[in-house]
Design a binder for this molecule. Sequence first.
Ligand SMILES: [Ca+2]
Ligand SMILES: [Ca+2]
Ligand SMILES: [Ca+2]
Ligand SMILES: [Ca+2]
Length: 409
Amino acid sequence: MPLAISSSVSALLLALGGCAQQPTFVPPSEEEADADVDADADTDTDTDTDTDTDADRDGDGFTEAEGDCDDDDIAVNPARDEDPDDGKDNDCDGRVDELWAGLTLARQYVWGPSDIVVMDTVSRITGTVTLDDGYAPTFVEPDPDGGWVFIHDPTPVTDPDYEEPLAETAALVAADETGACTVLAEFTPDETEDAYASGLEGLEDRPVVRGLVAWPDGGWLVARRGELDRVDPDGTVTALASWAWDWSDEEQPFELYAVDLAIDMQTREVGIFGFLGGFATWSEDGGFSLRRQADLSDDWKNWDWMLGTAGAALDGGGFYALMTDYQTGDVALYHFEDEDWQEVQAWTESLLQPEQLASNSDDGDFYVTANGGWYETVWLVRPDRGTVDDFYRSDADEGRFFRGVASNY
Ligand SMILES: [Ca+2]
Ligand SMILES: [Ca+2]
Ligand SMILES: [Ca+2]
Ligand SMILES: [Ca+2]
């Protein structure tokens, strides 16, 4: 198994802006609605005097059930673009006046401590924060309250003289603006994961946490191979869903081997991306739903599907996966439609290996970290133009490379 497979995996999404100001509409209780106490204030369009919470009261084409987060304001619904100056969450993604503002990147060095790198919208590096030595960030997300959180990978390429890693297991770690790190939660491989040896060479010792998104109500969601967890800001870990991930286990039929997470901020649906095109979704109301089963008819060596490596979402636009065939260098972006992956754009890249994926929901563009040798690159993928360009490319061999990428809003 090439290194790239084990080091790939991930994406990011959606940095959160100030979701605390999200306008809320409190529907009347059943009692209030039935009592008809306030017929004059009834703003729906039917003739009865009940306030009908299923109506499109402001006539903008969306009911609350359809995602109108302020049904008394036509300037607010899921089809609107965000107006950055009106103090409203126009597009109902939980963020007020947000605009895409560039990228946050996790940069690892072969020798020495890692960085969090902040880029503006035209790829200028506007901030580089050196993390406490010993932490190796894979997945990264900006923290809406300042700083960042990242998944620490206990098995990176690091200084061979490095004797005592600060965390020996995968961990969710918070970093402040100075790079000072605090472990929020550790994820110790369970017995099954530790002893895993079903032929997926190179993956068994990789971090057991493979995806990270900010949860709109606070805290974070992370994916283990067979579990979706919420991590509260105080470090409390709650399992939200689990599934069978070990395809050597004959008693529990294989479902999904998770490699990444993304969240559609408008629908709050979470996409769980698996190897070989496996895909599932989770939502608070609907729970876990396996949407596409990977074809394992010939064990993992069945290459009739490109390896799923990373995922992202567009607000209100569903889920996208980066698929890579490391044998041929074929890379493609797929969109999940009609319960399957549909190709959006494909290209071939033999020198650089793609890692993680982030989306710009304002423009419908995607950003991919890719490394070759020690050169670090970010590609800009524009499906509406069919182009893949270098958004950023390092000009020197400095023994460093980008892992995770997240959008800033
Ligand atoms: Ca409406
Ligand atoms: Ca509205
Ligand atoms: Ca918004
Ligand atoms: Ca706004």
